[in-house]
Write a protein of this length. Structure first.
Length: 373
């Protein structure tokens, strides 16, 4: 399972029916309104079989409630996506399943297995189906609610070893965009990354996009104003060599190239989120310097309206951030994995509202691991 091994090296969704062709993302249906809440998942992905946790932060009272999920629902290497009124936890590595929670009550609605050794990475939904890129398979595992049937969309033609190392999936209208790394057994990409565009109704690949850079190493984020998707790309040993790449979606999808160069930020983009402000749209990025003996990972802003990268990050060097989420009250929640004191921190603009990290129950390390709604 190449993805699990790569992560180890770095460390030492509500359903819609058929939609029109306009840009419609996975977040098109919202959970019932209520006090803003951040939900975070964390695990110890170095220890196979270790149970993870899900915890919830009330953004009004700033109180953290730990271990809100039942035993067995969160694995050792989890990520979380909010799709409509549901939370989808993908239990990667040895977990090999997707657990679906009601986003309001945080009760488990279903847990669907992706197959032994499948190593699922992300999830997108369409009607009753879940599209799960899985690194231990030939491409994308398709699950159906209420069924144990597993179908695989074969993308093996993208990679000579038959394992295209697909890492992220995102729904746009009737399409599922899937990013694949194309790694050899030494984690070296065989060329530039690929994005397969799958017709969700027929389960067929209708287009393939070649990225301008190798190794998409993260997940898709939707940009506002129908500007498409972005995904980070990464190179082991030279983290400033690649970029945050932008993909135009629609009838004829293509790569627009690099939106933000890693060289300009002195590291790689570990996580992204969009925030709509009064006068501009912001793209927030967690930027990691890739120096694991003196690691820095800070929150940095890119103004999507003016296409301007902020001069400096807004968080201090002492915080080692792994993920972020923008909340309905415009506060930004970040996960700090600092060894001595770790948990969630909350920012409003450039000002931190927390005086210390709010403990999650385990040291947060995954991404995407926070949702806020």
């Amino acid at each position: 399972m190449k993805r699990f091994l790569a992560l180890a090296l770095l460390a030492a969704c509500g359903d819609n029916n058929s939609l029109p062709d306009a840009f419609v993302a996975d977040s098109s249906i919202d959970a019932p309104a209520g006090p803003p809440r951040a939900v975070v998942v964390a695990g110890d992905f170095i220890t196979p079989g270790f149970s993870g946790v899900m915890s919830a932060l009330d953004l009004t009272s700033m109180q953290m409630t730990q271990n809100v999920a039942p035993s067995g629902s969160i694995g050792s290497d989890p990520i979380v996506r909010k799709i409509g009124g549901e939370l989808f936890v993908v239990n990667r590595a040895d977990g090999n399943n997707v657990t679906i929670f009601d986003a309001t009550s945080l009760t488990v609605k279903a847990q669907l297995g992706t197959g032994a050794g499948s190593n699922p990475q992300d999830v997108a939904t369409f009607a009753s189906k879940l599209f799960v890129p899985a690194m231990g398979t030939k491409g994308v595992v398709v699950l159906t609610r209420g069924s144990t049937t597993i179908t695989t969309i074969d993308l093996s033609a993208l990679d000579p070893d038959g394992s295209p190392d697909c890492v992220s999936a995102y729904r746009v209208g009737n399409d599922i965009y899937v990013a694949c790394e194309l790694l050899d057994q030494n984690f070296t990409p065989r060329g530039n990354g690929k994005v397969a565009v799958i017709d969700a109704t027929s389960l067929t690949v209708r287009a393939t996009v070649t990225l301008s850079t190798p190794n998409p190493f993260g997940v898709f984020t939707e940009l506002p104003n129908s500007e498409g998707l972005v995904i980070p790309t990464f190179e082991f040993g030279n983290v400033t060599s690649r970029c945050l790449e932008q993909i135009t979606v629609g009838a004829s999808p293509f790569s627009k190239g690099c939106l933000v160069q890693n060289a300009a930020i002195g590291g790689y983009v570990a996580s992204t989120a969009v925030q709509a402000l009064d006068t501009s749209n912001m793209l927030w990025m967690i930027v990691n310097n890739g120096n694991f003996s003196a690691e820095r990972a800070r929150l940095w802003g890119y103004d999507l309206t003016t296409k301007t990268l902020w001069d400096t990050p807004i968080t201090p060097d002492a915080q080692v951030l792994t993920d972020l989420a923008v909340c309905p009250n415009d506060r930004i929640v970040v996960a700090d994995k600092t060894t001595s004191a770790n948990g969630l921190r909350v920012y409003e603009g450039t000002t931190e509202k927390t005086t210390e990290p709010l403990a999650v129950g385990l040291r947060p390390q995954s991404s995407p691991a926070i949702v806020c709604y």
